[in-house]
Design a protein around this ligand. Structure first.
Ligand code: ZN
Length: 127
């Protein structure tokens, strides 16, 4: 079931993830030209917990986006760090784990996430 074309991934609703994966593959190809490697073996991605990206959907789409490129069959490793937010009730910065999260100190929903919605390539293993 993983052997679908990129268009298929979009049809089943992973439009956002597909676009992100195409962007990742594009960066890998640019980096390959700059750093003279021909194959990507492992891609480590850091996805903010507030990015609303499903890791499983990313793996699915990455495989489709990488097909026929230097990243074909590369392993995608996804790390999701905790996000910080400002709690208006506590008046301090707290760590939350999801969008619309609650303050772990006081249980308040009145928190303002600070970042946590970014996607970054943190590490590559290449040949
Ligand atoms: Zn609080």
């Amino acid at each position: 079931m993983w052997a679908v074309a990129a268009g298929e991934a979009e049809r089943i609703g992973f439009v956002h993830e597909m676009a992100l994966c195409r962007g990742v593959v594009q960066i890998l190809e640019e980096q390959a030209a700059a750093h003279a490697y021909s194959r990507v073996k492992i891609v480590r991605l850091e996805i903010g917990p507030l990015a609303a990206i499903e890791p499983e959907a990313m793996r699915f789409c990455f495989e489709a986006a990488a097909r026929g490129t230097l990243a074909e069959n590369a392993k995608l490793e996804i790390v999701t760090p905790a996000a910080s937010a400002w709690c208006f009730s506590c008046g301090e910065t707290v760590t939350i784990s999801e969008r619309n999260g609650v303050c772990p100190n006081c249980g308040s929903y009145h928190v303002q996430p600070a970042g946590g919605d970014e996607l970054r390539i943190t590490e590559l293993e290449v040949d």
